[in-house]
Every structure is written in C-alpha cells, then in structure tokens.
Ligand binder design. Structure first.
Ligand code: FEO
Ligand code: CA
Ligand code: CA
Ligand code: CA
Length: 599
C-alpha cells in the first residue's frame, strides 16, 4: 500500500444530542453559512420563494428544487478557485412543497387522485440545478443571478436516450415510437464527473414513480418486478399517474407499444449533462446499464483508460463498474463526446478470501444467453440486475457512494445498512457483509490489480464497521447488542452514505440514519466526518439539524471553500426560528484563517 497520509488538523466536535437542534455545528476555526436553499432563484425571471409554500409550479420551474443531494463545483479555467458552476441534484420532494402538504383523494375505484398543479410542482422540484458562483473581492462567495449558465433540469426536461438500448423496442412508448427521447430525470441521488468536464446525475429510486396494475403482466416482466415497480392500485410515492398517464405502466394493448408499459425502462440510467452548454440536451447513457443507481464515480488510469463505479442501492443488490472502450483524449471534445455510449458493464464478486473479480454483463457469455431469456445486449442492460443474478454477483448491504483515492486509485464503497442481512434466505452473511441485521453499515475498500481501473480482479478488505463502541449502552441501560458494535477508531457514526476523497486525499464520510431511532441514540444527529485512509482514524467535522441527512460535498480546487448539502431537515432550518418551514440547503464552509478545509 503506498497511500500518502493527508494533513488532518481539525479539532473534532462531539455528537449533537439536542432533540431540537436546528443548525449546523462545525469545528472551532470554521464557519458554515447557508448558501442555496429550496426555492432560491436559479433561472432568469425567477420569483422569490414564498414561505407559505404558495409558489406556483411555473415559479418552481425557475427555483431551486428540494432534497439537495450529489453536488459538484466545476471551475472556470481562468480563475478556478474563485469562479465556477455549482451543479447539484434534487432527489425527491417533501410535503413542505405545498401550503398544506400533498392533497390526495380517492376515486370510486379506490385509485388515488392528485391535483394537476401539485403534481406539476412536484415534477418541477425534481432534477438538477446549475448555478454560476463567484468569490467576491471581499472574500464572500455569491450566486451570480441572471447568469446565462443558470439552469433548472426537471421532470419535464427533454433528454436523449443514447447508447446500446436507444431505439430498441425496450424504450418505445405510445408517445415516443422511436425510443430515443424521454421527458425528465427523477430521483437524482449521487453523481459523478467525467475528465472532459461533464456532470453525471444518477437516477436512483425511479421505481417508486410507476405502477403496473396488471398482476399477470407484472409477474412475467422482470423489468418491473426485479426493480420494485409497484403492482398495486398506485405508485409508491406520489400517485402522479392520476395526472400524467406515462407514470401508469400498466400495458394497454389497444395502442402502439403497449402504451407506457416501457416508460419505467427509460429511467435508472446515468444522465450526462454539460453544465457549460446551457442549451445542450442531457443524454441518458444506456450502455452503462439500468440500476437503482446511487452514483457514477470515475477512476482514470495513467493510460487514460477509465472506469465508473456504481452502487445499486437496494438491500442485497450489487456493486458495478463500466469500462468505456475508448481512452479519454484531453482537449479533444469531439472524441470524448460519446465515450459513455460504448463499453463493458461489470458486476463485482467479493470472495470470502479477500479476492474479488469483475464479471462482464455481455450478451452471449456466461449464461446471458437465449436459453436464459436474453435476446440482445440491450436486453441484458435493461435487465442488468437479472443478468448480475445469473453471473453470481455478491449481495451487498445497500451500496451507496463510491470514492476513488486521487493518487493510488484505491476504491472505497459505503454499504449503508441492511436489516435483511442474515435474515433473508438470499442475503446470507458473507465476509464483505458480516453482520446480521446490519443497522449501522460498513465501508469496504478494494485495490484493482495493478491499480488499473479496467482490471478484472481486485483485492478487498473491510475498511471499517460503523456502529457503537464496545461496552456502550442504549437509553434503557442495556448494553448494545453485538451486531450494532463497530470498530471505528475515533468518532462514531452509523449508516455511511456519501463518501469522497478531496484533492489532497482526505476521506470525507457523510451519514444517513434515522436520528429518532433508539438504536442510534449514541450517534446524535446526522454528520460528516474526516478520515485518514492510512490510519482509518475518524474525526467528526460537522453535525446537522434534527431529521436531516448529510449528503453531497465538493470544494474548489484549492480546497478553501467547501459546499455540503443538508437534505430534508425537520424543524425550521435554515431560518432556525422554530416556525418557518424547513428547506433542504447547501451550506458553504470556510476556514476563518482562509486555509484548506480539514487541515
Ligand atoms: Fe438516495 Fe441511496 O440514497
Ligand atoms: Ca445516498
Ligand atoms: Ca441513504
Ligand atoms: Ca436521501
């Protein structure tokens, strides 16, 4: 191992146990300021946010969405540490979007009905925001209002479907006979960036927006049932199907392409966005496979070949990577434009002896054949989970983000938690997922053979098991059960989710657990921690307001400005007055002496 030890000088902070805590704590010598909240203006002509939730859906189209998640700072080349585009995901919506929550009625058949203006506002509050940001001469960062770069991408935005599956029957609907254009991106959780300067937003729990009411059809359609699309009266989340017919994926045999039965196949992809071209059409890159995808994290080799790592975040699902055929060609945007349309998708097998291998999802190989019901590579990609089942992939404890060390290319994966581990027949305990009823999660790290992102073999180990310290007690005085005890050196946490290496090799860990769950009593509110990958020592850097998760982190190249997302706070953050409705927000963190964050 030739990891370089990063400089971590911050003075860690304690857990935040106050049940009414409604702010952000950072260590001595740091300042955290609210920078960008749900409802803030993005596009030109945006209306001010109204605290009673009464902004219209048309107004929401120009304002920041809800549930900020993955985020990235793209510097402008002339002043990279002072000027850039901040791009972030808006994963889903909260009842706070409307004046009095979601209006839901039922028709005489028991189907939920929603008002059209609410559904449209909900679709408008999903997607991505792009904002131009600039450091002022007084040292303060500001969003540039009325910038031509400022852009909202929503559940309505037209996007191209590209790559292996584009134009095949799997993607055709009554509204798109060509199978090449889809409206919107949904449930954008974590992200990735390419070496050529584009943003990759990842579609996670899209399954919850669709319903197939035909039980017989559902049963024989793995594109629905293997991914958890609802087979019920309504979709799992917001019953948009009552207003927008494309969310009703029940087959209609009287119209072309079965109506919208294939609409769910048009989600679950990596979406590539060029933030520097505000008029560009986002592209869903289907060759990268269809998952309940958390992230798409780059590892770039010395030979300019690369891999993108993905977590498929559902209990017992798998870790994947995509290896493009082409190399990255610096400065040649024409050559790089469609790199993500050609390559090989692999799924990970974690053997119990610490070795691992990547098995390719390639039609015609290793059982991905007609005999097993596959008809083409497009079929394999649409049903990537089913293909991975056949390949014998290792079931994991909900893979979330992946981080790649900037020098050594070691890969770290968060496995956030999994209450089914050791409880369900198909999720037996294995070496990489060693705890029954795993409530606190773990981080696994692996090294590709020769540190080559395109390798097909790797060595892996458990980096740390999250959880309580040995001998800790719960609120009722009982000792913490064995399966909830971790081995963290330093500050404790539960349920690692966001994970990222900064430019100098500090490993940042973000958490997503129920801070009202009695099993998390010793953890306090959700947090962000700074970890030394050489010693595995963990120092708590930030604690958030009650009810939030901490997700998404980025810095300027010089590491002196850091943006972190506070998702779904519960009380009144960021107003923190005990009465204003809470808003997901990006906070900007700086060091009071102007230094690098974490030192
Ligand atoms: Fe949206 Fe897996 O977190
Ligand atoms: Ca997440
Ligand atoms: Ca999570
Ligand atoms: Ca979330």
């Amino acid at each position: 191992r030739n990891l370089q030890q990063p400089d971590i000088g911050l003075k860690p902070i304690p857990v935040e146990q106050d049940l009414m805590f409604d702010a952000v704590n950072v260590p001595e010598g740091y300042t955290a300021n609210v920078f960008f909240s749900w409802g803030d203006s993005v596009e030109k002509g945006a209306s001010p946010w109204r605290p009673d939730g009464s902004n219209s859906w048309q107004e929401q189209m120009k304002q920041a969405g809800q549930n900020h998640d993955g985020i990235w700072f793209f510097p402008f080349p002339d002043k990279p540490d002072e000027h850039g585009l901040l791009v972030m995901n808006h994963e889903y919506i909260n009842p706070t979007l409307h004046p009095n929550g979601l209006t839901i009625t039922e028709d005489s058949h028991g189907f939920k009905q929603r008002p059209e203006h609410e559904v449209k506002k909900e679709m408008a509050a999903h997607g991505v925001s792009v904002i131009e940001v600039r450091k002022q001469s007084n040292g303060h960062w500001q969003k540039v209002n009325d910038s031509d770069y400022n852009r909202r991408i929503t559940g309505f935005t037209p996007m191209d479907l590209t790559g292996e599956v584009a134009g095949t029957d799997f993607l055709k609907t009554v509204a798109d006979h060509a199978g090449r254009q889809v409206l919107g991106t949904l449930n954008n959780c974590a992200m990735g960036v390419t070496p050529w300067g584009t943003y990759l937003t990842c579609e996670e729990n899209w399954k919850n927006y669709f319903v197939n009411r035909d039980a017989e059809d559902y049963e024989q359609r793995p594109a629905h049932h293997r991914y958890g699309v609802a087979q019920d009266k309504n979709s799992n989340y917001y019953a948009w199907e009552s207003v927008e017919p494309r969310f009703n994926a029940t087959p209609d045999h009287n119209v072309a392409h079965g109506g919208y039965v294939n609409e769910p196949n048009r989600f679950g992809w990596v979406v590539e966005i060029d933030p520097f071209s505000p008029d560009s059409t986002p592209k869903k890159r289907t060759s990268m496979g269809r998952l309940v995808r958390e992230c798409s994290t780059l590892s770039l080799g010395d030979d300019r070949r690369m891999a993108f790592y993905f977590g498929d975040d559902t209990r017992g699902e798998y870790v994947y990577k995509f290896v493009p055929d082409q190399v990255y060609e610096p400065g040649n945007s024409a050559a790089n434009r469609d790199i993500l349309d050609h390559g090989t998708l692999y799924v990970a097998v974690f053997h119990n002896d610490g070795r691992g291998e990547w098995r390719p999802l390639v039609f015609g190989q290793n059982g991905l054949t007609r005999r097993n019901g596959f008809t083409s590579q497009a079929d394999v990609l649409v049903h990537a989970r089913r293909a991975a089942d056949i390949l014998g992939a290792t079931t994991m404890d909900r893979p979330e983000w992946v981080a790649v060390h900037p020098q050594t290319r070691e890969v770290y994966v968060t496995l956030t938690n999994n209450k089914h581990r050791g409880k369900k027949e198909d999720q037996e305990i294995n070496a990489a997922n060693p705890r029954e009823d795993n409530r606190h999660g773990q981080i696994v790290r692996f090294t590709e053979e020769n540190s080559d992102p395109t390798a097909t073999h790797f060595d892996w180990e458990i980096f740390l098991l999250a959880g309580d310290r040995p001998g800790a007690t719960l609120a009722d005085g009982s000792s913490v059960p064995e399966n909830l005890v971790g081995d963290i050196k330093g500050d404790i946490f539960s349920s690692p989710d966001g994970i990222w290496f900064d430019y100098q090799g500090r490993l940042w860990i973000q958490t997503d657990y129920g801070d009202d769950d009695e099993r998390n009593i010793n953890m306090g509110t959700n947090q962000m921690l700074c970890c030394d990958p050489v010693t595995a020592e963990v120092k708590r850097f930030l604690t958030g307001p009650r009810g939030c998760e901490i997700t998404g982190v980025t810095t300027t190249p010089d590491g002196k400005a850091m943006w972190v997302n506070i998702q779904h706070p519960a009380i009144s953050f960021p107003a923190s007055d005990g009465k204003t409705r809470p808003r997901s927000s990006t906070v900007l963190i700086t060091k009071d002496d102007g230094g690098v964050i974490g030192t």
